[in-house]
Design a protein around this ligand. Sequence first.
Ligand SMILES: NC(=O)c1ccc[n+]([C@@H]2O[C@H](COP(=O)([O-])OP(=O)(O)OC[C@H]3O[C@@H](n4cnc5c(N)ncnc54)[C@H](OP(=O)(O)O)[C@@H]3O)[C@@H](O)[C@H]2O)c1
Length: 386
Amino acid sequence: MAPGAITLDERPTVPDHSAAVLREPRGALVVDRLPVPEPADDEVVVRVRAVAVNPVDWVIQGTGPVTYRWLRTPAVLGSDVAGEVVAVGPAVTRFRTGDRVVGLATGTDRGRDPLHEGAFQEHTALLERLTAAIPDDVSFDRAAVLPLGASTAACALFQPKHLGLPLPGAADASSDRSGVVVVWGGSTSVGMNAVQLARAAGYTVVSTASPRNADTVRSLGAEVVVDHGSPTAVDDLVAAVAGRPVVGAVAFGTTSTAACIAVLRRTGGTVLAMASTPVSLDRIAGRRRLFPGMLPVFTRIGLTTVALTLRARRAGIRAAFVWGSSLRDDDLGPELWGRVLPEGLADGSIRPMPEPLVVGHGLDAVQGAVDRQRAGVSARKVVVTL
Ligand SMILES: NC(=O)c1ccc[n+]([C@@H]2O[C@H](COP(=O)([O-])OP(=O)(O)OC[C@H]3O[C@@H](n4cnc5c(N)ncnc54)[C@H](OP(=O)(O)O)[C@@H]3O)[C@@H](O)[C@H]2O)c1
């Protein structure tokens, strides 16, 4: 053999690691070996220490052939990641190996790679612009609750297509922050982030929660919290606004769009950001067969959405649907993840909320965690540590 040549056994191999993999559409998540992702120029690779589960994870797993038709299997799901940086791309300036970070993985979006950038694996790639440092006193399981909740709330509040509010700490101190923001669903994961971010931006917030969670939502900065289960919830929110100008409403939860349209009509508000379908997909996501049971559900979603959109338009309300990872492609992503979240976490003005509900350790626990989130939570975020 020539000097310096390497034998077959000595050839460098791509290191592999474990991942909770969706092997085929609607299958269970199974722990498999996959190549460890390599960072692209603008990415870090993180050794994942905690992941959180969002409704979208069981929506994709259970209804992906209809709702996420672009997603190819095998795929790694999951958006919320906290861990340690183990590799950095050449264009990365804010992070080094060893840094403790939290970030939004967007691998299940159209055009992205769900094996490279999915949360539910030992290592994943995160875009630098969707990653923030974690202060030493914030644990990985607490930090992991943030990414999709904070990103979706920020899109609803700050993107020009939605409420278009000035960001917390934005330079234009001249802008008028005297209005009220209505957050329907303040005890949802997204809602808790929306209450905090709207307050941090200088606005008064009125919100909703079950009575058991009202104090928590008030502690995040809501001036008034009304019971979203009460038949008088809309009246109570209108009373809470108390004649002040409403800069817009953000709607989380299946009944939230209709309720927010009613509130805006009566308070003169004209902008609505919607994040939820008007019918939950939890039942059909859990069924053994998607067809034909999904047909009436999707028909109802379609018809109700059209009816609500027309109702909003007739009332002079500009209503649009939020996509929580769309900040990847605009200025909001770097602003939120590069400034607002790291500064807010460091000075304590933004708390990672809701509180984590750690349901297991290791990738084998991820499927149970997804099922646990689908069964329903109240002001908690389902988390798995790795
Ligand atoms: N479009 C997007 O990009 C995007 C991204 C993320 C989430 N979402 C959607 O946003 C919604 C919230 O997601 P999440 O992860 O924050 O959910 P979550 O934390 O799992 O939501 C659970 C919460 O829903 C609350 N809830 C129950 N009834 C309600 C009602 N009538 N109105 C408002 N809230 C009610 C409960 O609060 P109480 O226990 O206090 O009643 C509970 O704490 C979901 O529909 C989700 O699919 C959309």
